[in-house]
Design a protein around this ligand. Sequence first.
Ligand code: 5AD
Ligand code: SF4
Length: 469
Amino acid sequence: MSTLEPTTASSRKLYIESYGCAMNFSDSEIIASIMGEHGFESTNQEEEADVIFLNTCAIRDNAEQRIRTRLIHLRSNKKQNSDLIIGVLGCMAERLKDKLLEEEKLVDVVAGPDSYRELPKLVAEVDEGGRAINVLLSREETYGDLNPVRLNSNGVNAFVSIMRGCDNMCSFCVVPFTRGRERSRDPKSIIKEAIELQNQGYKELILLGQNVDSFLWFGGGAKKDFKKLTEEERNQSIDFADLIEMVAQSVPNMRIRYSTSHPRDINEKVVHVMAKYLNICNYIHLPAQSGNSRVLEAMSRNYTREWYMDKITMIRNIIPDCGISCDIIAGFCTETEKEHKDTLSLIEWAKFDFSYMYKYSERPGTPAAKKFTDDIPEDVKGRRLSEIIAIQNKVSKEKSTDYIGKEVIVLIENSSKKSDQDWMGRNDQNLVVVFPKESYKKGEFVKVLVERCTTTTLIGKAIGIASIS
Ligand code: 5AD
Ligand code: SF4
């Protein structure tokens, strides 16, 4: 039998380690599914693995450095077990391509985000004594027909990928180069996956895409330019607002979240659908990146500070208590002190519940790397980042404090990290809530009375079971 045919014969063990964004963790579940059909059983015990895949991230240099350190460690394991196959997958594989095989002599497989169906074949090539690489990007691949294997799952929340790639070309970002062109997944397969997850007892879906607001499916095909669609295709097309409405109706007892929105594309139609359905969480991750219009232009974000502020106002007019989080980059090329202060004032004004905050990291080959010098000294970037974090922490604490004395609905996800006597879950706005377990169970929706808080965690007491439908 060829190694490429599905098999139930004695299986080999696959260990996948995921780095970076939620999309990567979701991809690892697709990889586990593909490999599972070819006789590779997923394990979470690294020691028993025959194949180790690192599903990597390239978004900032420090992500890549962490992975390199890990590869050096794996190299010594490989010296003890020469049959061990080591693969580097994902964005770092796509960025470095065959350089990875040359630099990291003990890497056997290199595979980019659109070539996971080829993995069993690539491993078979290694079995034959070679080393194998596939980093071709695709305009169609969405892995929509596959059943992801839920890895390290708590049985409560599950990722569902709704699109792949990104067409935005923000100047700092390597993603359009590592994940290729944007394409939407067939809504039918998304709904099918959602219903299956509901039947398996999952309680929350997190719909994933780099820019969910540009999701577009027209009568039987992936995204193409809306302007070029025929009248009939336009009438049949399904946009992101349509999609979340379909999902909300299909799995009424599940919570639905999504990420990531783009300030240029988010629109009232999406926010109205969110407001209409109790089971769609009132939470939007809306990266601003900077609070200054000139810097935003240099970043090719295609919106201004005022446009961003108008979007926040639009969201809060429709859903007053909507949770909003942000991504911020400190010290982008040419950013002045005054422009940095505009970012600080935007955080104060927008009152983000929380933010992910980073120092700018130049990525080779990106438009910013070609066009600008990475001219903000490291210590200045560090100081600006500290100022951003300080102001965000202040705002987060104020927002969390506002919840004290109020009831929130929480989906129980896991034991709290600090005490196994407490549960942790999230409220509608995606804030972590911790409370004593009593007789409540994982996967239940409960009402919690908030009694105190830390910067971004609400602490309280459960006061009964809740309903979200
Ligand atoms: N340097 C720093 N942060 C970056 N991000 C993307 N590219 C870079 C980079 N080169 C951040 C952005 C994005 C998040 C996923 O990572 O804020 O929204
Ligand atoms: Fe990168 Fe911009 Fe696409 Fe986000 S929207 S993945 S920051 S190019």
